[in-house]
Design a protein around this ligand. Structure first.
Ligand code: FES
Ligand code: CO
Length: 318
């Protein structure tokens, strides 16, 4: 499965403190914890002794202690102590299963296989003020969630009075281009929005730019007319199971005055409008090989599906 060789976001870096944190990636339970040097480690959430969940244990003196018989593992995964046999030096075969971890964009990333890229996806220069929204656990596949983020034709209905209006339901014939490595981009999409941002005082035309960053990640940049502050949103989706995902929206904004709480309230309201529709879609896996009607307004969705097919993605699709 090619997805095992990609980096995926699994948690906010700030959310992993003194206690072990259970997460799920590609249907595999993992435990995140900080070792004695403060480095985050990702292990399979399964003790090599009798299969207990390591995340039910504790971090003791920089080592992860299993809740069942107290075996202790260091940051390299090596078993350092078996309390039932005080004088025994555990052999290499008693090690926990350890995965590669990276930190980027305020998130922790795990690769379960052999990384195809040395690091998580990079971002173009974005405004420095960063506000993280989420995580949101969503009962649909990661590609369904990303495709919704790339979809503009739903603004007039799902986000009526906020990001769209039935009087402006038409989708203009926008252009989709590809980056050198084949990722879809919409360089310029005009949208009329009754309430485009948390600080908006009324309707305005907003120029959108979309870029698919990786199979389950996308960037949206919003530039209102005039000199109003600009926003960018990165949607990072973690494929937890084939039919569920965990997503974060990381907002970068030139707005220096609106409080974080107001920005979060706005984004939560928008996602609360998307969620019931997203979770109602069947199949929950994104159909990559036909089976759903397409129209010209869906050309970014069609490009995204072609991109997933070319990347050999099999998780969360059908
Ligand atoms: Fe973990 Fe026995 S199951 S120490
Ligand atoms: Co929406």
């Amino acid at each position: 499965m090619v997805e095992r060789d990609h980096w995926w976001p699994v948690a906010l870096a700030d959310d992993v403190g003194a206690a072990p944190v259970p997460v799920t990636l590609l249907d595999e339970p993992l435990v995140l914890w900080r070792d004695g040097a403060g480095a985050v480690q990702a292990f399979a959430d399964r003790c090599p002794h009798r299969g207990a969940r390591l995340s039910l244990g504790a971090v003791v003196e920089g080592q992860l202690r299993c809740p069942y018989h107290g075996w202790r593992f260091d940051g390299d995964g090596r078993c350092r102590a078996i309390p039932a046999l005080p004088g025994f030096a555990p052999p290499d075969g008693h090690a926990a299963c350890r995965h590669a971890v990276a930190q980027a964009h305020g998130l922790l990333w795990v690769c379960l296989g052999t990384p195809v890229a040395p690091a998580p996806p990079s971002l173009p220069p974005l405004p420095p003020r960063r506000v993280v929204h989420g995580p949101f656990d969503v009962a649909t596949s990661a590609p369904r969630a990303i495709e919704n983020f790339l979809d503009t034709a739903h603004f007039a209905y799902v986000h009526e009075g906020w990001l769209g209006a039935p009087t402006h339901a038409e989708v203009p014939p926008y252009e989709v281009t590809l980056t050198a490595d084949g990722r879809p981009v919409v360089p310029d999409y005009p949208a009329w929005q009754p309430r485009a941002t948390a600080r908006a005082q009324g309707g305005a035309w907003v120029r959108y730019r979309y870029e698919v960053l990786s199979p389950y990640a996308a960037l949206l940049q919003k530039q209102p007319e005039g000199d109003a502050p600009a926003d960018a949103y990165v949607m990072w989706a973690c494929p937890t199971t084939p039919e569920t995902c965990r997503v974060w929206f990381v907002q970068h904004t030139t707005d220096t005055t609106t409080p974080d709480a107001a920005l979060r309230e706005f984004q939560s309201a928008i996602f609360a409008q998307d969620r019931p529709i997203l979770e109602s879609q069947t199949p929950k896996r994104l159909p990559l090989f036909g089976g759903e009607a397409m129209c010209a307004a869906d050309r970014l969705s069609a490009a995204y599906r072609r991109y997933l097919r070319a990347a050999g993605i099999t998780f969360g699709v059908c």
